[in-house]
Ligand binder design. Structure first.
Ligand code: SPV
Ligand code: MG
Length: 334
């Protein structure tokens, strides 16, 4: 852990709402543990002379479960999940949006929202599948959708447990994932908006954003009809040929890169294992490994080394000062 990137819960919580209210897209990168959190939090590149960073972090159910060697099927929930979220909060300062799966039942969801709000998380996304859900990207997974009015009640119960206006509840619509189609998705959007959802996440596993764009056209009409609009989030994992800016121009405000750090680590770890076994040594694998000082620096070890050095220098200076004093006293005939 490094003490360089800390923030108090109240200051962090409101940041996502503020980002959603300003112009331009909001980009989140997945984090599944403290290290991924630090990497995503600090990632920064220059594009056309402008510094570009992610705006915040996505705590993914898929990747945080996979990081524990578990499938994404609501097996890893409750306090265990809160511990990993706390690990990420401790070492980052950007806003965090948490994947809450189905949210469990209304009581589970009230407690979860209340706890997340307290620790400085900016919001939660719950999906309208029947608990326990299955990951949406599975080729042959079967998904049962929750009755939209039952799900709407869960959103309202979550809202009623909150103490601030900072914390956001996004309703995630899985109509496309479960082949229920556009009309079902739009009907659900209307019900969830009226139940108090702060935003809508529309999910798709097509390899192009066609159905997401179709949804957005219908969504604008629904917003006109209900008299208000809430931001839309999208997860362009399978339709990764589309840019964040293109999604924004079609009406998506929040773009979630939902699993890339875990997938990158998975690929590199597999390659390194293979290379060490094949070459019966580790030199060849080094090209796929970060240098140790880079990791030391990232997680704050270098800070400790620096402080240790300062303390030792101070002690040495003090000892030298005392020695000089003794010498002085001796020459003075003391
Ligand atoms: C996750 O990252 O856990 C998500 C997105 O829920 S997806 O895996 O596409 O369902
Ligand atoms: Mg998930």
């Amino acid at each position: 852990m490094t003490l360089r990137h800390r923030i108090l819960a109240d200051a962090r919580r409101s940041r996502l709402r503020a980002l959603l209210e300003r112009d331009g897209p909001v980009r989140l990168i997945e984090a599944h543990n403290g290290l991924a959190g630090v990497i995503g939090n600090l990632a920064s590149v220059k594009v056309n002379d402008k510094e570009v960073e992610f705006d915040g972090l996505w705590f993914s159910s898929f990747t945080s479960a996979a990081a524990k060697g578990l499938p994404d099927a609501e097996l890893y929930v409750g306090t265990r999940r809160l511990e990993t979220i706390d690990e990420i909060l401790t070492v980052t300062n950007k806003p965090i949006l948490v994947d809450g799966d189905t949210g469990g039942d209304c009581v589970n969801f009230e407690y979860f929202c209340s706890k997340l709000e307290m620790v400085g998380v900016s919001g939660v996304v719950i999906e309208d599948k029947v608990v326990p859900k299955r990951n949406s990207l599975g080729e042959d997974s079967h998904h049962s959708l929750e009755d939209p009015h039952v799900f709407a009640q869960k959103i309202a119960r979550g809202r009623s447990a909150l103490q601030s206006n900072d914390f956001l509840i996004f309703a995630r619509i899985e109509s496309f994932i479960s082949n229920a189609g556009l009309m079902d998705a739009l009907h659900r959007a209307r019900v969830y908006l009226l139940a108090g959802a702060d935003g809508i996440l529309i999910h798709s596993k097509q390899n192009h954003p066609g159905e997401v764009y179709e949804f957005l056209r219908g969504y604008e009409e629904i917003c006109r009809e209900v008299g208000f609009r809430r931001p839309v989030a999208a997860v362009p994992t399978s339709y990764n040929g589309v840019s964040c800016m293109q999604l924004y121009e079609h009406g998506v405000k929040l773009v979630i890169y939902a699993n890339h750090l875990l997938r990158a680590a998975h690929l590199a770890m597999g390659a390194v294992c293979k290379l060490i076994l094949e070459s019966d040594g580790s030199m060849e694998a080094s090209a796929f490994c970060s240098p140790i000082p880079a990791i030391f620096d990232l997680v704050g070890f270098q800070d400790i080394v620096g402080k240790d050095r300062e303390r030792m220098n101070e002690a040495a200076n003090k000892a030298a000062g005392n020695g000089n004093l003794v010498k002085l006293q001796k020459t003075d005939g003391g």
